[in-house]
Design a protein around this ligand. Sequence first.
Ligand SMILES: [Zn+2]
Length: 265
Amino acid sequence: MEKKCDQAKYSTWLEYSVTQNAVYCLYCYLFKPYVGAQGGGETFVSVGFENWGHKEKLNQHVGGFKSVHNQAWSKCKDLLNNKQRVDVAFAKHLTQSSIDYDIRLDASIDCIRFLLRQGLAFRGHDESETSANRGNFIELLQFLADHNQSIKDVTFNNSPLNLKLTSPDIQKDIVHAAAIETTKLIINDIGECFFSLLVDESRDISIKEQMSVVLRYVDVEGRVIERFLGIEHVPNTTAITLKETLDNLFSRHGLSISSFARTRL
Ligand SMILES: [Zn+2]
């Protein structure tokens, strides 16, 4: 088939078959709701229009704006319109969701980095929306959103209910990730150099024994550096328990025992 007949009235095209000297309608063939829905029956769908003595029937087939033919043409146009395709709309939605998520996550990470660097508490006593003080993290994020429209557009009430990235679990996850990255930097900074440990033990508020560990080393520029590595919970404070905990700590962070110079307990 090839295109030939232009029905100028509604700018829709019919298909002309040279070999059969007949006109077919592809739109009606594909989208006509049922046989006989429009004058002409199957003529333009399967039989082929050959009544060249009454060409006006071509216009009659096209019909008015709401005719079956034009409805079929409209459906075909919608199908060919990429922007209306479900997969395109879905992909577009996914891309926008991904961009929004990145902005939201960056904002939460920035707030957490600030609080960590300043050594400030994250949580508030009352973090509900009616609270006058919702804690440092929420208040800082709110401050950031109030001064940055792109963050405001994707945070708090403008974010999905299950993806606000403000819950205590999310805060802990990001803090944990920050701790891993910070530790990695410290270990890289030590490199192959010798280091010593400063270890102290105390009980926390729940009477749980804990051991704080500080690394002491000389960096490549000759400066003495002390870095807090973390707190390890220990069942008791006997020498063997502390040694086992330190061994675990060493292996977890890839520290070499051969570079270990001195321990002060
Ligand atoms: Zn048609």
